[in-house]
Design a protein around this ligand. Sequence first.
Ligand SMILES: Nc1ncnc2c1ncn2[C@@H]1O[C@H](COP(=O)(O)OP(=O)(O)O)[C@@H](O)[C@H]1O
Ligand SMILES: CC(=O)OP(=O)(O)O
Ligand SMILES: [Mg+2]
Length: 417
Amino acid sequence: MQEILVLNSGSSSVKFALYHVGTAYYAMDEDATGTPKEALTLSYSGHFSGLATSQCRVSLVHKKVGQQPHHYELQALQAMGLTPATNHEEAITKLMVWLDQRDDKGTLIAIGHRVVHGGQTYHEAVRLSANDVAELEKFSSLAPLHQPHGLAPIKLLMEQVPDVPQIACFDTAFHARQPWVARQFALPRELTAKGLIRYGFHGLSYDYIQRTLPNVLPKNAPRSRVIVAHLGNGASLCAIRDGVSIASTMGFTALDGLPMGTRSGTLDPGLVLHLIGQEKMSVEEVSSLLYKQSGLLGVSGISSDMRELLASDAPEAEEAVELYCYRAAREIASLAGALGGLDQLVFTAGIGEHAAAVRARIVAQCEWLDMQLDEQANHHNAICISAADSGVGVWVIPTDEERVIAIDCLTLLNKAD
Ligand SMILES: Nc1ncnc2c1ncn2[C@@H]1O[C@H](COP(=O)(O)OP(=O)(O)O)[C@@H](O)[C@H]1O
Ligand SMILES: CC(=O)OP(=O)(O)O
Ligand SMILES: [Mg+2]
């Protein structure tokens, strides 16, 4: 039995998923992404979270075909060596040891990785060489919370399992076909030529939604102009026309656009100059401020976690949630402008999938775009949450970046055959 392992390394977590690769690649029976069902069957998924803190948590779920998923208890995890780790490297090492000693072990034919920044060179999944890794390390300063953590496991696994292809799938790739006008900053041409342009991120998530949406929408529903709101720890919006990204709120880095858990989102660039010139802050201090101390955490002074803010009575928590929703609604309107109207709005990722109150506030501010919620459906996190007479369809679709990575790995391996 052949297997593909997928690693999605974030700033403080490693999410993983293991797929069985079937032989019936061309079966007619397709899943929500249009992939033949037998081609990729999820067998295990899990994560190490809280790696940057002292509270690492490990989870593992086993999915057997036709059975309810099995969630392993702490004791069972310990027996398998899947115990808390203090950093990404340790987590990956524990994961690889467990993978290797399973009774149901198959042959690992590829390891797929989420790499956040692919710059202007990497527009599709690629089997990595050491040279590629060195090239991708050059983008680390543009995605300091993500790129180093995405590349570290690749380097480690190139040594640990040199015969297994390490395949990178890029967050930026989905946006590579944006029209040039959407990618440019109004900067001198020499700087634009150096690659100082908008890239956009969360592309694997947008790709999953874009593949899934046709199977979710009613047959005759208009679908040409779609906005996807990926509201997780990082957050961005993407305008998709006929399946292609035409604009996104994230730009040169994943700091741009919406306020996030700890990231500021869009600022007046003059403010950054002020911090350096007048407040005498160093580049490192400004970077830490904007990446790690701002967003929901900075405004509330309480937490970066939307759950905590929604549960809090503090006026500062309310202010942070209000700003978050206000900015999202304004940016939805901006992207609707880029699309020349709007047919469907999709919410996804942690907040988008679970925070009904946030969705309700955002949609209420978009009412003028002919958008109405079905309050009950929204409350229950239903798939379709728009009212029957809403001009724009509003949806909640759980994202699955790992599955897109597995599909891209399989596609690449099949091409190479
Ligand atoms: N039930 C919930 N209600 C509100 N917010 C939630 C809920 N569940 C998760 N979240 C939010 O989702 C965020 C994490 O989203 P996720 O997509 O898992 O992030 P990432 O992959 O970027 O780490 C958390 O910070 C939390 O604020
Ligand atoms: C690019 C990005 O912001 O990713 P995440 O939401 O996983 O932090
Ligand atoms: Mg994420």
